[in-house]
Design a protein around this ligand. Structure first.
Ligand code: SAM
Length: 330
């Protein structure tokens, strides 16, 4: 197992992510373009490779430090070698690895490759975003511009940028899934401002064990919901997953299925969002359960007033959802 794998993570990749990707690929007939943060061993891609056609990967050289041309490129090289071997054996059609933080590559428009920087392009509609971060949603990433200025970018700004690029190349009926993984950390000005403004709706969590986790879950779900809608996609959230990551750090994993609907699906001139934000935030999380043979995903252990447990068979719920019936089944 590599630095980034744990039994919980493997369980999520196989029993939570994989059925979603399989559905996208087989039922909706999409070529799966993976876009995200695979790590040098690319264990996520290895788990899903039977469904993946091409890979757009970002790998920083020295995680935690601002990119610098003097840093060794071992991590980037290892990932390139791995993807190269899959391309050579025909398991994927092609790949690109951007050397640098995703934030710096997208906002600067080019990467740090030693052999001459690669310009960032987003020409194809991506079907699978795997934003598998090592830190919290509110941790900014710093980078140095061409002019030598030090800039900070937040993950929510990055997600906005990704959706902006994606929406420019999207056509009607295009579908994608967005996976987002972050640490369950509560610090950050954005989050505290949000709590201040939304005190009333968040006070229901005051009596909860793990109150802060639920506030953070609510914040992230609300931000993703609004951003996705702002770029004219219809989001359908899968149940969020809470789990223990490396060194027992509390982590959260989100999955949202998105579609750019056909104009003909408008009702009275507008698109109806059948899954409401309250339905999403009032749904309790699932948890991985790798030790069990039969039950690889289980419900959150507490019962909380006003919140509901999701169906552990989340693909069944997805398939029966109004959004799928209205927008996904042509
Ligand atoms: C959590 S690991 C990915 C694990 C992988 N998705 C899997 O399931 O096997 C994140 C990887 O991306 C790198 N990384 C983290 N944040 C990044 C960012 N903002 N831009 C580029 N690389 C990043 C880390 O160095 C690490 O290799």
């Amino acid at each position: 197992m590599s630095d980034f794998s744990t039994p919980n993570k493997e369980c999520i990749r196989r029993y939570y992510n994989k059925p979603i990707i399989r559905r996208l690929k087989e039922v909706y007939n999409c070529n799966i373009i993976y876009y995200g943060l695979p790590s040098p061993d690319a264990e996520d891609i290895a788990e899903w490779i039977e469904y993946i056609s091409s890979v757009v990967a970002f790998q920083c050289r020295d995680y935690g430090n601002v990119s610098d041309p003097d840093q060794p490129t071992d991590e980037v090289d290892k990932l390139i070698e791995k993807l190269n071997s899959w391309e050579a054996s025909g398991q994927i059609d092609n790949y690109i690895v951007y050397d640098g933080y995703m934030e710096e590559v997208l906002f600067k428009g080019y990467d740090n490759s030693a052999s001459g920087s690669i310009d960032y392009t987003h020409d194809n509609h991506v079907t699978l975003f795997n934003l598998d971060f090592c830190n919290s949603i509110t941790s900014p990433q710093e980078y140095i511009t061409k002019e030598g200025d030090r800039i900070s970018k937040y993950k929510l700004e990055l997600i906005d940028k990704i959706l902006e690029y994606q929406s420019k190349v999207s056509h009607q009926s295009d579908k994608f899934v967005l996976f987002l993984t972050v640490q369950a950390s509560y610090n950050g000005a954005d989050l505290h401002d949000y709590i201040e403004v939304n005190k009333k709706s968040l006070c229901k969590y005051n009596s909860f064990h793990r109150k802060k986790h639920f506030v953070l879950k609510h914040f992230i779900e609300d931000c993703l919901y609004n951003k996705i809608k702002a770029y004219n996609y219809i989001p359908q959230f899968m149940p969020t997953v809470f789990y223990k990551g490396i060194k027992d750090v509390d982590m959260m994993h989100f999955a949202v299925m998105c579609i750019r609907p056909l104009d003909s699906k408008k009702q009275g001139g507008i698109f109806v969002y059948n899954q409401l934000i309250n339905d999403i935030t009032n749904t309790l999380p699932l948890m991985p359960n790798p030790e069990s043979e039969a039950d690889k995903l289980i419900n959150y252990l507490d019962i909380i007033e006003g919140m509901v447990h999701p169906n552990k068979n989340f693909m069944e719920t997805f398939c029966q959802s109004r959004n799928v019936n209205t927008y996904w089944n042509d």
